[in-house]
Write a protein that binds this ligand. Structure first.
Ligand code: ADP
Length: 403
């Protein structure tokens, strides 16, 4: 079957999905990951029916991302009857240049290398499998889909920091992230609630990474995230908004190295830092420890505060949408956030909320509350397919290669 591979590569794991082409639309066939790269490599994959593989490797067998992508590729080749037409990659940073997905070639990849300094923890890992596939499958169409691209149209007041303009020129801007998730949710809204989609909407992507986006008629106008994915609301291990003075204090008064501060901000803060217990919302909700309660209260409070900010950016609010791990799965957190939004005329329907309905507000609510599961990988598959269709010469090359 003709297929598209979607790759989301991190520092120690590669998540991948295979989409088959059915009637011109991508349909998910396989979902898998190779994690523990360099430490305890483990390949697992499943179809919608069953587990396809669970296998561990010695650490030196899969020591880096190129070895991991080679292992995934050979497992796919040996066990699945697929004709790979293209690969879609999640790339966190498109910098100031890319406002949409792009077909990768050496020049584009070189351009994306420039943004490594803007996202040092993510960009190099995202680019590694692209380089590997350039070498091993040069004919294969590869597409980069960016977390920043969907926010590209932000106004000057939204994407600036109040620091000297030369920094803006060199790329120090409020980019916003989770763009593939917001783009998918905006697309789903047009299908399931077109009137809502045309209005003023806040989408809250509440997962282990968390942010919120203001949509006006389906377009992003403001985001809680900025130059990096650290800003905005608290996350599993990242703090969200923090006074830059705290960082100066840590560097100058506490003598912390930049690497130690980076580690603190990306791995030790947020729900984990506040609670001292866990970065997982489920653990905190089931704990009776007052520090766990504080972490959950802080999360809900900050989502509420930021909702006020985004409502101001939109000049009012027609709908509030919950998505990602916490947003899709925790009725309690949704209810507590809805309570914080009562001043906007939000009235939750408690039964619909606990029954996992999509519409969870009462008819009299001035703001519609919705739960819309996100699907960043499907968004990447759709973008990749769209660019594949525009590149007939490549498609022929892909087919020839596979036969
Ligand atoms: P990411 O893709 O950013 O890794 P997810 O969107 O999968 O994250 O969200 C993961 C988080 O969702 C988990 O850390 C957990 O805190 C939260 N989560 C998942 N299910 C529930 C639930 N039933 N109740 C509360 N939180 C949940």
């Amino acid at each position: 079957m003709d297929a598209i591979l979607v790759v989301n590569a991190g520092s120690s794991s590669i998540k991948f999905q295979i989409f088959g082409m059915e009637g011109g639309a991508p349909r998910r066939l396989i979902k898998g990951q190779l994690d523990g790269i360099g430490t305890r490599p483990r390949l697992s994959a499943e179809s919608d029916k069953s587990s396809l593989i669970e296998r561990t490797y010695a650490s030196d067998e899969i020591a880096d991302v190129p070895a991991a992508i080679a292992t995934v590729a050979s497992w796919l080749r040996e066990t699945q009857q697929l004709t790979l037409l293209a690969v879609g990659h999640r790339v966190v940073h498109g910098g100031p240049k890319y406002d949409r997905p792009v077909v990768l070639d050496q020049a584009v990849a070189a351009n994306l290398e420039q943004y490594v300094s803007l996202a040092p923890l993510h960009q190099p890992n995202n680019l590694a499998p692209i380089r590997t596939l350039f070498k091993s499958r040069p004919e294969l169409l590869q597409v980069a889909c960016f977390d920043t691209a969907f926010h590209h149209g932000h106004s000057a007041v939204a994407d600036h920091y109040a620091i000297p303009e030369r920094f803006y020129a060199e790329g120090v801007r409020r980019y916003g992230f989770h763009g593939l998730s917001y783009e998918y949710v905006a697309q789903r809204l047009r299908e399931v609630a077109p009137a809502v989609a045309a209005g003023r909407v806040i989408v809250a992507h509440l997962g282990s990474g968390a942010s919120m986006c203001a949509l006006a008629n389906g377009r992003s106008v403001e985001s809680t995230m900025g130059f990096t994915a650290l800003d905005g609301i608290p996350m599993g291990t990242r703090p969200g908004q923090i006074d830059a003075g705290v960082l100066l204090y840590l560097l100058t008064e506490k003598g912390m190295t930049p690497t130690a501060v980076q580690d603190l901000l990306y791995r030790e803060s947020g729900l984990k830092g506040l609670s001292g217990i866990s970065n997982d919302m489920r653990d905190l909700q089931s704990s009776s420890d007052p520090r766990a309660r504080l972490a959950v209260d802080y999360f809900v409070y900050r989502v509420g505060l930021n909702a006020g900010m985004l409502t101001a950016a939109l000049g009012g609010l027609d709908a509030f949408v919950f998505t990602a791990g916490i947003g899709e799965n925790s009725p309690t957190i949704r209810a507590r956030i809805a309570e914080k939004l009562a001043w906007l005329g939000v009235v939750l329907d408690p039964a619909a909320n606990t029954e996992r309905k999509s519409l969870i507000s009462r008819p009299e609510s001035r703001v519609v509350l919705l739960v819309v599961p996100t699907d960043e990988e499907l968004m990447i598959a759709q973008h990749t397919l769209a660019l594949l269709t525009k590149e007939p010469a490549r498609k022929v090359a892909g087919e020839r290669l596979a036969t």
